[in-house]
Ligand binder design. Structure first.
Ligand code: NAD
Length: 350
């Protein structure tokens, strides 16, 4: 049996509430009906790790409602507003510790020591978008602690040549940047634009507007620039002329939407004889389930690569990232699938 992966988390927000509760949801389902088919899972096993094989060993936050609480209680505390799933959720036996702050009140070495003592294999970085200083500081803490790093945010970590080199030199995986959510606006938008291209129509203009009622949308309303750039990266991978596309990461924070995200997509094009076509689409999703549905793959990839001694950026992660380390460039779905299978082969021999 594959050992569960030991996870440390920085930022106990909605993503972590969705991940933690979801893992108990699947644990219960596996007990009841086995593992052969699970709803909402992209890959049942990665390198032998199942979706329920996660053990939380450390957690960091700065919010007074969360500090000092057991991870379970912190994940359910306001302002988090991911719904409470109908599953039993025991305390995790992990106290949420004071995270790093920009004024340096907590030293990086304290976080490094805490991670080393916890036996963490992976640090999942899940802070509000736009805190580049924090993303770099937590990545350096992971590096010093000998822990793999997964960046959920659009801040430049895996795309920083310097950090990538340092992780490679230390023999550690570095996974990022920015989640491409399970059925997120980016993947749906990209598929529509690629379809237009494949059918030989001309793209005239397109936009995506995103609305939601969680903290992420509140933050992105005022600090969305790095997310906008990352969302355009996600679209560029299909060779789409992104100059014709406008993306608004948070067109509005609407509290009563809570953790639901609503996206409005519009595509205007020209077809046969230069006549117009117009397409409007509305997508509504549970925003943080959409994140957890890919975080579960990224943390398993990071843990397996660390165990196998495969440093740097794992190609297998590229399918579920908006801004992967070396860009989407010439990456094809086939190359990524090959990388995923190779990871499984290596893990089965280890
Ligand atoms: P959130 O705002 O609910 O949670 C962020 C948490 O980080 C909060 O608990 C906050 O107190 C904590 N925090 C703030 N500063 C901190 C510090 N210095 N140290 C430790 N903790 C600190 O956000 P979320 O919805 O969980 O999203 C997390 C990140 O994931 C965001 O940057 C978001 O843009 C990104 N993301 C989300 C999705 C999605 O589908 N929901 C997709 C892609 C990327």
């Amino acid at each position: 049996m594959t050992k569960p992966l030991k996870l440390a988390v920085a930022g106990v927000g909605n993503n972590i509430s969705a991940l933690l509760q979801g893992i108990y949801f699947y644990r219960q389902l596996i007990q009841e009906q086995g593992e052969s088919s699970l709803p909402g899972i992209r890959r049942l096993r990665i390198g032998g790790l199942g979706v329920a094989d996660v053990e939380y060993v450390a957690a960091y936050d700065v919010h007074p409602n969360k500090l000092g609480e057991d991870l379970r209680d912190g994940a359910l505390a306001s302002p988090n507003n991911y719904p409470r799933l109908a599953v039993e959720l025991p305390p995790q036996g992990v106290r949420i510790e004071q995270g790093l702050t920009e004024d340096g009140a907590v030293s990086r070495s304290a976080i490094v020591k805490s991670m080393v003592d916890s036996g963490a294999e992976v640090l999942l970085y899940s802070l509000p978008t736009s805190l580049q200083w924090a993303a770099s500081e937590y990545a350096n803490a992971a590096l010093e602690a000998g822990v793999a790093f997964v960046n959920c945010t659009p801040e430049r970590v895996a795309r920083s040549g310097q950090l990538m080199q340092a992780f490679e030199d230390a023999g550690l995986p570095l996974v990022g940047d920015d989640l491409a959510s399970h059925l997120g606006t980016s993947v749906v938008h990209r598929a529509l634009l690629a379809l237009l291209q494949e059918r030989g129509l001309t793209l005239e203009s397109s936009y995506q507007l995103n609305f939601g009622g969680n903290e992420d949308f509140r933050n992105l309303r005022d600090r969305g620039e790095s997310k906008r750039e990352s969302k355009l990266n996600a679209l560029a991978q299909a060779g789409i002329p992104v100059g014709a596309v406008e993306v608004i990461p948070s067109a509005g924070y609407i509290p009563h939407l809570r953790d639901n995200k609503v996206a409005i997509l519009n595509v205007e094009g020209r077809g046969w004889a230069d006549t117009p076509v117009s397409l409007d689409l509305k997508l509504k999703v549970q925003d943080s389930s959409n994140a957890a549905g890919v975080i579960i793959d990224l943390i398993r990839i990071a843990a397996i690569c660390r165990r196998l001694g495969q440093p740097g950026f794992p190609l297998a992660a590229a399918a579920v990232l908006k801004s992967p380390a070396h860009g989407h460039g010439q990456l094809t779905a086939w190359m990524i699938e090959e990388a995923e299978q190779e990871l499984d082969r290596l893990a089965s021999k280890a």
